[in-house]
Design a binder for this molecule. Structure first.
Ligand code: MEV
Length: 330
């Protein structure tokens, strides 16, 4: 039996633009998805994932080797599609199809924009491969998990899967089918407050909506995306210098541009402004938007209270530096 954990993340700058080849700057957080895998000898895959609201779902491997996910209601639940695809990809990697019991738990709100789907993909692939006695290096693990996100969502950047695999603070730039990754050393401790509300749209839908606007009004949307890319490069330099004030200003501009792309919500905007009014140096939505998470540069309790007053929940999280890790080796 193998247990693996993989961290969630917040994107400091660059979400959505990163899908169009611009860089993103992201930070892994010390909140984790845990996957425990135990091989079975009957070719079945049982998934117990109470935190994903998927308890008691079983997945059957058909004779032709295709993995088909069925719930009690015959519907395929969205979060399960990441688990299902991750198992298929892991099976492809070791070129073996063996049944397994999987237990999946999350310390983070699922589907809130903290990268839980990427953490699920990374941890499931690593747990499956390790449980069957194989090894995988982290670059390959990140590549396979990115493939899972692309297959399930239709389009995805390597940001979330890179963070869930490697941890730390990373400047990620997609280059063709590859991800250029540069670990970033912050010049100062970055005090971050994370606020979240329930999501009203999925990452897949939001990425598709931005794509439709891009296709329909490329002359309007393209400059917004390029501006976000410039903000991310400047944000990285500010982070390296420990210039929190400039980081805050850049976050505010980044949020305005994400709102212009149409991925913010009234409640996210209210949380973002409440945080600024309570003294945060800067604030923005983080992740895909459509509800979900925002971040603020601040360590002030007043900022947390202001977010809660708007109806948001506050998550206290620090930096993860390890990325995906097997918890019980050997
Ligand atoms: C989601 O955390 C970030 C997006 O940029 C999508 C992606 O990078 O795949 C919205």
């Amino acid at each position: 039996m193998i247990t693996v954990r993989a961290p969630g993340k917040v994107i400091l700058y660059g979400e959505h633009a990163v899908v169009y080849g611009e860089p993103a700057l992201a930070m892994a957080i010390n909140k984790y998805v845990y996957v425990t895998a135990k091989a079975r000898d009957d070719g079945k895959i049982n998934i117990n994932a109470r935190d994903l609201r998927l308890a008691g779902i079983s997945v059957t491997i058909l004779e032709n080797g295709e993995v088909v996910a069925r719930t009690d209601y015959g519907a395929v639940i969205s979060a399960l599609s990441y688990v299902k695809r991750a198992i298929e990809v892991a099976m492809g990697y070791i070129d073996k199809k063996v049944g397994v019991d999987l237990m999946i738990q999350s310390e983070m709100p699922v589907g809130a924009g903290l990268g839980t789907s990427a953490a699920v993909a990374v941890a499931t692939i690593l747990a499956y491969i390790k449980e069957l006695g194989y090894d995988i290096d982290k670059r390959e693990l990140a590549r396979l998990a990115w493939q899972v996100e692309k297959d399930v969502q239709g389009a995805a950047s390597p940001t979330d899967t890179t963070m869930a695999t490697f941890g730390g603070i990373m400047y990620v730039k997609p280059e063709g089918g590859n991800a250029i990754m540069e670990p970033v050393k912050p010049g100062a401790n970055i005090p971050l407050i994370i606020g979240y509300t329930p999501r009203v749209s999925t990452t897949k839908d939001l990425v598709a909506m931005v794509r439709r606007r891009y296709e329909a009004m490329r002359d309007v949307i393209e400059p917004i995306i390029r501006s976000i890319g410039i903000i991310t490069r400047k944000g990285k330099e500010a982070l390296e210098r420990g210039d929190l004030e400039l980081m805050g200003i850049l976050m505010n501009i980044n949020h305005g541009l994400l709102d212009a792309l149409g991925v913010s919500t009234r409640q996210l905007n209210e949380m973002v402004y409440a945080a600024r009014n309570a003294g945060a140096l800067g604030s923005k939505l983080t992740g895909a938007g459509g509800g979900g998470c925002m971040i603020a540069i601040s360590d002030r309790i007043e900022v947390e209270k202001a977010i809660e007053l708007i109806g948001g929940s506050v998550l206290r999280a620090g930096l993860d530096i390890e990325g995906a890790r097997v918890l019980n080796p050997g």
